[in-house]
Ligand binder design. Structure first.
Ligand code: NAD
Ligand code: UDX
Length: 456
């Protein structure tokens, strides 16, 4: 088997950064170079470990140990490609904004441009690993690009989807439930699979490394995310029934989850799932189903996203019901901007949609979150609201939870940061005015404090 010396990862984001860090930590004899077209991001990865582009518990400690030893961050994409034996592609695959499949299918333009660039630059055989989440049969598309643009080099494509969750990425990468590697059944395909298995087995037991054909691997990633998101939408749908009837969703969730056939994970009711993956991957699955004429299957999965949208609006509607349709001059504080605790990522966070709804009714919003900033909040609102210029002056970040709630009629909890549980809620109430309405969309204060709290 070929001895691997140099590995490149294209994409220094939430997947590329943490995953290659853990590779570097466990494979001291291999050099890992992470490249990105975003120069600012690479500079930040090479800068102060307290200001890395990604906040992820445990990450900066690994960066301190490995950076410039066997882990490198670079803008020199061409050299990294030329020198590497294996290239991971970990670029973003967002939902298509226009053209056929708009609003559902995955936009593969970043993956395709990586493949075209690799084909142009590569002078020796490479193993290309799809780390990004991609639709089924993407490997076929990549193969076409490689054979069309560079027939003198052999490119062997593997699918190795990433299952890390943000906030627990390092733990997930060090000790994953499984590693999935899909490859061609050909001799060269199976050789490439063995090479990647060998690398992972430096820290993961062989039983946890499963190998499949390419299409099963590509589909399993979409299917995993769809199944996880489906559980959240299911529990959130039940929270609406609880709200209407007086049953307690936390009690129901506990009772359901104790059945070992169901299990207790991903049964936490919430303001709806956020993050860059769930919605995008389910929409992609819906698109795939429609492409294959499986309309009933498509509709089944689409319902998971619809339920998520319903849950977000249930949260803003509760505030509107209490404070009135016209929120002009009402001050509201949102606790939590990131899509879950322990990350600075706010992509698709429920907070964005709740904030836009309340702002459009004239509310003034303060946001407190341990990992956000005005810059992040403004960018998020800009991305999702066509009314940006009219509403943006009415929302701001306040870097102190007690100051953030001053003069507010309502405090809404949208992210389950541990810090929120230990705040002095009696003190917070004192800073508030009028209705003093606290709504907990994460059920984190349940049984923790005596204050009267509204739940979803
Ligand atoms: P990200 O947006 O954080 O990072 C992607 C990076 O790729 C960006 O820095 C971008 O500048 C760079 N990039 C794009 N095109 C490039 C090109 N042609 N050359 C060089 N750099 C380029 O995205 P992410 O969250 O890391 O997700 C990456 C992929 O992994 C997606 O397909 C996603 O679905 C999947 N995934 C994400 C997570 C997660 O928790 N974020 C988990 C599992 C899988
Ligand atoms: C998800 C998948 O879990 C991971 O395997 C995949 O690789 C990437 O997508 P991530 O989006 O980072 O990871 O976080 P996850 O923990 O799955 O949470 C997603 C959203 O669901 C968050 O908004 C979270 O708060 C919400 N959630 C999660 C719930 O509302 N209830 C739950 O019980 C669990």
């Amino acid at each position: 088997m070929k001895k691997i010396k140099n590995v490149t990862c294209i994409g220094a984001g939430y997947v590329g950064g943490p995953s290659m860090s853990v590779f570097a930590e466990n494979c001291p004899n291999i050099n890992f170079t992470i490249v990105d077209k975003d120069e600012k991001k690479i500079n930040a990865w090479n800068g102060d470990v307290d200001n890395l582009p990604i906040y992820e518990p445990g990450l900066k400690e690994i960066i301190k140990k490995t950076r410039n030893k066997n882990l490198f961050f670079s803008n020199d994409i061409d050299n990294a490609i030329i020198n590497s034996d294996i290239i991971f592609i970990a670029v973003n695959t967002p939902t298509l904004k226009e053209g056929p499949g708009a609003g559902f299918g995955a936009d593969l333009k970043y993956i395709i441009s990586c493949a075209e660039h690799i084909a142009k630059i590569a002078k020796s055989d490479k193993i290309i690993v799809e780390k990004s989440t991609v639709p089924i049969k993407t490997a076929e598309k990549l193969n076409e690009i490689f054979s069309k643009n560079n027939s003198s080099v052999h490119f062997e494509i593997l699918s190795n989807p990433e299952f890390l969750a943000e906030g627990t990425a390092i733990q997930d990468l060090r000790s994953p439930d499984r590693v999935l590697i899909g490859g061609n059944k050909s001799k060269s395909g199976q050789n490439a699979v063995s090479v990647l298995v060998e690398i992972y087995s430096k820290w993961i037991t062989k039983e946890k490394i499963i190998t499949t054909n390419l299409w099963s691997s590509e589909l399993s990633k979409l299917a995993s995310n769809a199944m996880l998101a489906q559980r959240i939408s299911s529990i959130n749908s039940l929270s609406a029934i609880c709200d209407a009837t007086g049953a307690d969703i936390k009690e129901v969730s506990n009772a359901i989850g104790l059945d070992h056939r169901i299990g207790r994970y991903f049964l936490n009711p919430s303001v709806g799932f956020g993050g860059s993956c769930f919605q995008k991957d389910i929409l992609n699955l819906v698109y795939l189903c429609r492409t294959y004429g499986l309309d009933e299957v498509a509709e089944y999965w689409y319902q998971v996203v619809k339920m998520n949208n319903y849950q977000r609006s249930r949260f803003s509607n509760k505030i509107i019901q209490k404070l009135g349709q016209d929120l002009t001059n009402k001050k509201i504080t949102l606790f939590g901007w990131s899509f879950k605790k322990d990350t600075n990522d706010s992509r698709e966070s429920a907070s964005i949609f709740v904030a836009i709804e309340l702002l459009s009714r004239g509310a003034k919003i303060n946001v407190y979150d341990p990992q956000t900033s005005n810059e992040i909040i403004y960018n998020d609102i800009k991305e999702y609201s066509s009314n940006y210029s009219n509403i943006i002056d009415n929302i701001k970040y306040v870097n102190d939870p007690y100051k953030a709630t001053e003069q507010s009629s309502c405090v809404g909890i949208l992210t389950e940061w541990d810090e929120f549980k230990s705040l002095d809620w009696k003190e917070i109430k004192k800073t508030m005015v009028n209705e003093k309405f606290i709504i907990d969309g994460r059920y984190i204060l349940k049984d923790k404090i005596e204050e009267k709290i509204t739940y979803l």
